[in-house]
Design a protein around this ligand. Structure first.
Ligand SMILES: *[C@@H]1O[C@H](CO)[C@@H](O)[C@H](O)[C@H]1NC(C)=O
Ligand SMILES: *[C@@H]1O[C@H](CO)[C@@H](O)[C@H](O)[C@H]1NC(C)=O
Ligand SMILES: *[C@@H]1O[C@H](CO)[C@@H](O)[C@H](O)[C@H]1NC(C)=O
Length: 364
């Protein structure tokens, strides 16, 4: 993992869940037309589920072997096990959004980045469910540059990924954009912004704090005036912040089986989020055999846990995925109020897709 930090990639998705009774026009004008086409909204049951897929490390498909499985599991195990897991977990969880938190493909072993990207994301594409991806540190190591990978992703079906925000020209990276989530169809909030996703992907440690300030605080500024309290938000990145090292088994849920692979320099990103006050949880990948969530200064810092079979892992320790479920409050007149709770759990890739480590990340 040592070399990873030479090509430090900080990749962030921020979801700010905020119920609004104001017009969406202010934030909508800054949002590209792409997301307007496919709008995200809370379900008629007042739920919004996000499936996080961390570190698929997809390469060439059937000919790419699994890593770190039990000796008896090695035969017949390939990248196809990764996409099979993705199809099963999508069918079981029925997420409203799938977020891929980077190292979607393992470039060093991928002969053709376009082939690998298409194959890796194909279960998401064919599910018709909106999906968003950010880059990790391995996505650009095949036949496409980081810009090339992001361009290709942006052109894929059902993705909400975008290349960069049109109004910012000094971002050092590719894949920076906002997404908006609307209220329940048929409710007073059906045309209103209920949640906002800021997705950004930057190269370089120094810029991370600026980016965080730009995106988190900008989203915060756009926060609906009618909001009584700071809206709860969720952030997804590839590489953990140094702050992930603040825990031990006495104060996290899940496991830590390797060191925290963060940048050695603290960008101040955590402080920026803590100051903004709306981000309640952060989700990363990168360290495949860590899958814990711990709370620091009111923000949960969580790993997704390694998903891909060609990614390093731990033999006998199931590949896994994290689900986040946000629920709206039911109002007295049968409508929907603000976000009531944000919960998370992980599903293991075993026969039953066993759910583990259910916990509440935030409640109102
Ligand atoms: C990989 O997929 C094959 C074919 O479906 C299956 O038989 C095998 O059990 C899977 N291996 C693992 C480790 O899940
Ligand atoms: C939302 O927009 C649609 C289409 O313009 C409209 O028919 C509907 O009445 C609107 N809903 C609310 C609650 O304003
Ligand atoms: C977790 O507990 C350890 C002591 O076991 C402590 O040093 C650390 O500060 C705690 N972290 C948080 C975020 O509370």
């Amino acid at each position: 993992m040592a070399n990873i930090h030479l090509v430090m990639a900080a990749v962030v998705v921020v979801l700010l869940v905020s119920l609004s009774s104001t017009s969406t026009s202010a934030s909508a004008s800054a949002i590209s037309t792409k997301q307007q086409k496919q709008s995200l909204r809370f379900s008629e049951k007042g739920e919004f589920r996000i499936l996080q897929v961390a570190d698929m490390h997809y390469a060439d498909g059937k000919t790419t072997p699994c890593k770190d499985v039990l000796p008896q599991q090695f035969e017949g195990c390939s990248d196809l096990n990764t996409t099979a897991f993705l199809r099963r977990i999508i069918a079981a969880v029925k997420p409203h959004l799938i977020v891929f938190t980077g190292d979607n493909i393992f470039g060093l072993d991928a002969k053709d980045a376009v082939y690998s990207l298409n194959a890796a994301f194909s279960p998401a594409v064919s599910s018709d469910i909106p999906w968003a991806a950010v880059l990790g540190n391995h996505d650009q190591e095949s036949t496409l540059s980081r810009a090339g990978v992001m361009k290709h992703i942006v052109g894929m079906k059902h993705t909400l990924s975008q290349f960069n925000p049109p109004e910012v020209d000094n971002i050092d990276g590719f894949g920076n954009y906002n997404l908006e989530v609307r209220g329940v169809e048929g409710s007073a909030f059906e045309n209103k912004s209920v949640a906002l996703f800021n997705i950004f992907c930057a190269l370089g440690r120094g810029k991370l704090k600026d980016l965080a300030q730009y995106f988190v605080l900008r989203a915060y500024k756009n926060k609906p005036e009618a909001q009584e309290a700071p809206a709860p938000g969720l952030a997804y990145f590839h590489i953990p912040l140094p702050d992930f090292a603040s825990f031990d088994s006495s104060n996290f849920t899940g496991v830590k089986q390797q060191g925290i692979g963060s940048a050695s320099v603290n960008s101040g990103f955590f402080t920026t989020m803590a100051e903004a006050g709306d981000v309640k949880a952060v989700f990363v990948g990168h360290d495949h055999i860590n899958d814990f969530c711990g709370e620091l200064a009111g923000i949960h810092l969580c790993y997704g846990g390694g998903f891909g079979y060609h990614a390093y892992g731990k033999a006998g320790w199931d590949r896994r995925a994290r689900v986040v479920a946000a629920s709206l409050e039911k109002t007295e007149n049968g409508g929907w109020g603000g976000v009531k709770s944000i919960k998370t759990r992980k599903h293991l890739d075993n026969q039953l897709l066993t759910a583990v480590d259910a916990q509440v990340l935030w409640s109102h």
